[in-house]
Write a protein that binds this ligand. Structure first.
Ligand code: IPO
Ligand code: ZN
Length: 404
């Protein structure tokens, strides 16, 4: 018998015996990586969980222990709920489809980026764009997105919300040959991410990325028909980003680098959409000047206007963001905070070694108490969009300066 045939035989025997011994089909396994504090919390509801590997990972200003854990896929919902309930909105986890992906996620390699100069060079372009930005369009985007029953990654209305955004962005891009709008499909669930790309005039293969997540969730009783408006989390981020793009297009500005705007699918269930996209960027060896994440921009819960997250983000780019605020939004007060492992899509880019920042609406201790409930509505963020406009302006300044 040839060795190929022998292997095939052994494989068939193994499969047959596995199938015979199982009786019922084996349950589907999933892997997550999770910070130590959150892991200890979920152990209280699922004590059987053990980590298959643990590693102390370095973040910009300290370190944190992170575990890779294997579990039944059905347990993911319980875990998301337990983290939310026991840790407030803070801390999260990253979903992985295989053991090797989970182990790889513990290995946080950093890209050495070509040195580039952050700086304020385009006041002439930025100032008129910021002056033209308004609350009204932000409000309409938030209201439109939060009107979907929910935007859950696995639900019908979650797919409809993604299609709605596709058409809204196509309208913004109408008549511009250098702008493309597309859906990015993901494996294993029906919701797609949405992207808008302005192709750069002379550094088209270098990208400035701005993202926010499209999906919404409630912690308890999520279903097709459950109401998850997600007005702040994260219709607000999508709306801020959309207003930045609207004003940029309206000004007729043509960036030297490409600007790539992404509304991610499936953030709430382990950063799945953004992990796919960040991995695709790395696989394609794409150059990324920087990434900005907007997750929650419209609830002002604390004294400062913008809190820059210092963990799982890039310190040099954070300093540049502070510089942008000083130059273009000098009336705003800037604070700093942390939100733990896997707390939003910035972690997906950080995991692939790309420089990322996340300006946040509030401090960790005073964040929006309604998120992940049916009460996350515009009315419960004060019925206004003044706060989200600050983040929209920051995003517009970031896009222009970094794409120059
Ligand atoms: C979140 C982000 C930063 C901080 I500080 C606190 C809370 C929200 C995030 N965990 C979420 O639910 N994103 O969808
Ligand atoms: Zn959320």
């Amino acid at each position: 018998m040839t060795s190929g045939l022998l292997k095939l035989c052994l494989f068939s025997i193994l499969c047959l015996s596995l199938a015979a011994s199982a009786g019922s089909p084996p349950r589907k396994r999933a892997w997550i990586t999770i910070g130590d504090a959150a892991f200890r919390q979920i152990k209280t509801v699922a004590p059987e969980l053990t980590s298959i590997e643990s590693r102390q990972v370095r973040v910009e200003d300290g370190s944190e222990k992170v575990h890779a854990v294997v579990l039944d896929e059905g347990k993911l919902v319980t875990i998301a709920a337990a983290i939310h309930q026991r840790m407030g909105q803070c801390g999260g986890f990253m979903y992985h489809a295989s053991e090797s992906e989970a182990r790889a996620a513990l290995d946080r390699r950093r890209f050495v980026l070509p040195a580039r100069l952050y700086g304020i060079h385009r006041r002439d372009v930025v100032e008129p764009i910021l002056a033209n930005m308004q609350e009204k369009p932000i409000e309409s985007t938030i209201l439109a997105l939060s009107a979907f029953t929910n935007r859950y990654y696995a639900s019908k209305s979650g797919v409809e919300a993604s299609n709605w955004l596709l058409s809204a962005w196509r309208e913004l891009a109408a008549g511009r040959e250098d702008i493309s709008v597309a859906l990015v499909a993901h494996k294993g669930y029906p919701q797609s991410s949405v992207t808008l790309t302005i192709t750069g005039t002379d550094l088209a293969d270098e990208y400035v990325v701005v993202g926010a997540h499209l999906d919404s969730i409630i912690s308890f009783g999520m279903s097709e028909t459950a109401r998850a408006p997600g007005a702040d989390d994260d219709a607000s981020g999508v709306a801020s980003m959309t207003e930045a793009i609207r004003a940029l297009i309206d000004s007729g500005y043509r960036p030297r680098r490409s600007i790539h705007v992404i509304a991610y699918a499936a953030e709430e269930v382990g950063l799945r959409g953004s992990q796919d996209i960040a991995k695709q960027f790395k696989q394609a060896n794409r150059k990324v000047a920087g990434v900005l994440q907007l997750d929650m921009t419209n609830y002002k819960g604390a004294p400062n206007d913008i809190y820059l997250l210092t963990d799982y983000t890039n310190a040099a780019q954070n300093a540049f963001i502070a510089e942008l605020v000083g130059a273009y939004l000098p009336e705003l007060k800037l604070g700093y905070d942390k939100c733990g492992y896997g707390c939003s899509d910035h972690a997906s880019w950080d995991a692939q070694g790309y420089p990322v920042s996340m300006p946040f609406e509030s401090s960790f201790a005073r964040d929006n108490p309604t998120i992940h409930t049916s009460r996350d509505t515009l009315a419960n963020s004060g019925g206004q969009t003044a706060h989200a406009l600050k983040f929209a302006r920051l995003a517009a300044a970031y896009m222009v300066e970094l794409s120059f």
